[in-house]
Design a protein around this ligand. Structure first.
Ligand SMILES: O=C[C@H](O)[C@H](O)COP(=O)(O)O
Ligand SMILES: C=C(OP(=O)(O)O)C(=O)O
Length: 448
């Protein structure tokens, strides 16, 4: 990166309308924070973003599978070794199962170290006759329902930077320092299979993985890949003040990179073609995701390709489809057909969470495990029918035993939701539901 002055000279997105941005009461305080952020070191190196683009290229070509997952909204008070370890452990366990079943490399990407900002459906929230600005993530305002907490505070952008830096530091230590050893991860999976009520169903697959590992051990094979894993960080590029301040010119290539994370995505609520988020994404060289909801037209999808992947580089662009279990089989085929016919090679990934949210009678936002699974099934069916590659899954999950989504092998009932409902925004799969999903997706992948 260039040395001291990191500010991007021509930020073409700044003059365009941007949805979902906080209204800060003190513009000067915001300017000061942005100046500080611009002086901070990058959180990731541009070369790592290039490496992930190459890995995503393999996903787009059908030679690898993406596992992208983590919290809906990270929280500053959850930046602890226990939370980070549990989340990472769950992702590693899922990835071990998927790697074996898919027989292709699994690209591991966390919704982590930057996922602190939330787009919301409503600008305000009313409780007992009191109306306040909605909570927009710890990077913007406080979760507590009082006037002071809900005022957007630019100092929180610096806290997001620091929280992301310490999370990334621990993730790098865990993934390269021995914690992610495949034999250890497999032993955790064996424990899950033994102790989970639905575990018997997965015994066969777990035994096959065990045999494969024993065979390699007997052959004297002990590859370095068993002891460390490549793991990348991603988040929604929502707050353009923050993302812009961390966007730097790479001294090797002269290109711009958003150094707040390896991969960033543009959400369903901010993907307007003539708005700032798409323009921002078009300027940076990171691998980019775009969430595609059920109203996405093939023309829009083709325009995203024109704008974001003009060089048609596999790995540059990932379409993260979140249509809902009831719509994916109807709406996805036309998109995949037209994109494929255009000659572009994008990665297709399913987000089976965001189209399947509903409010339980208790008032908790929740999702049914069966709907999540059904959307993944629909996504696989569409790709099977069209002869294209179901490139991966993007899920909201936690390593903790929360009760936020209903169903799963270790079944959570609607009446259980209140017991450990801890998400700051949308409901996440808990550890056992996440592992159930991995085993079930592994079975689907094999059938494919
Ligand atoms: O995570 C996605 C969105 O931020 C979330 O679904 C918005 O939730 P809301 O509809 O309660 O605002
Ligand atoms: C806001 C999100 O999703 P979407 O843009 O698909 O609603 C998200 O993934 O956090």
């Amino acid at each position: 990166m260039n040395a001291d002055t990191h500010a991007v000279a021509k930020a073409t997105w700044r003059d365009l309308p941007a949805a979902q941005q906080p209204e800060y009461p003190d513009a000067e305080a915001l300017r000061d924070v942005i100046a500080d952020l611009e002086s901070y070191p990058p959180l990731v190196f541009a070369g790592e973003c290039d490496q992930l683009r190459a890995r995503m290229g393999a996903v787009a070509r059908g030679e690898a599978f993406l596992l992208q997952g983590g919290d809906c909204a990270e929280a500053f008070d959850a930046v602890s070794a226990d939370h980070i370890r549990a989340k990472l452990k769950t992702l590693l366990q899922m990835s071990a199962v998927l790697t074996y079943a898919a027989s292709v490399p699994v690209v591991k990407v966390g919704r982590i170290a930057g996922q602190y900002s939330k787009p919301r459906s409503k600008g305000t929230e009313t409780r007992d006759g009191v109306t306040l600005p909605t909570y927009r993530g710890d990077s913007v305002n406080g979760f507590d329902f009082n006037e002071k907490a809900r005022v957007p505070d630019p100092e929180r952008l610096k806290r997001m930077y620091n929280a992301s830096a310490s999370t990334l530091n621990l993730v790098r230590a865990f993934t390269t320092g021995g914690y992610a050893d495949l034999r250890q991860v497999h032993a955790w999976n064996q424990d899950f299979v033994k102790s989970s009520p639905s575990g018997q169903r997965y015994e066969q697959l777990a035994r096959e993985i065990d045999n494969a590992l024993n065979f390699m051990k007997a052959c004297g094979t002990d590859p370095a890949e068993f002891r460390a894993v490549e793991f990348y960080a991603s988040h929604e590029a929502l707050l353009l003040d923050y993302e812009g301040a961390l966007t730097r010119t790479d001294s090797r290539t002269g290109k711009l990179y958003d150094t707040s994370g390896h991969m960033v995505w543009i959400g369903e609520r901010t993907r307007q073609l003539d708005h700032a988020h798409i323009e921002f994404a078009s300027q940076i060289a990171n691998p980019i995701g775009i969430k595609l909801g059920p109203t996405t037209t093939p023309e829009e999808a083709l325009t995203y390709i024109e704008r974001l992947d003009p060089d048609r580089e596999p790995g540059r662009l990932t379409f993260i489809v979140r249509m809902g279990a009831d719509k994916v089989r109807d709406r996805l085929p036309e998109l995949v057909e037209k994109v494929t016919a255009s000659g572009a090679t994008v990665a297709w990934v399913t987000d089976p969470m965001h189209g399947n949210t509903f409010e339980a009678a208790s008032g908790h936002k929740t999702r049914r495990f069966d709907d999540v699974l059904d959307e993944v099934k629909g996504f696989f069916e569409v790709h099977k029918e069209l002869g294209t590659h179901p490139g991966g899954i993007h899920v909201e999950l936690t390593g903790d035993d929360v009760t936020e989504c209903v169903g799963g092998g270790d079944e959570i009932f609607v009446d259980d939701l209140h017991q450990r409902y801890e998400t700051a925004c949308d409901p996440r799969l808990n550890r056992s539901q996440s592992l159930d999903l991995a085993f079930l997706v592994a079975e689907m992948y094999r059938d494919q």
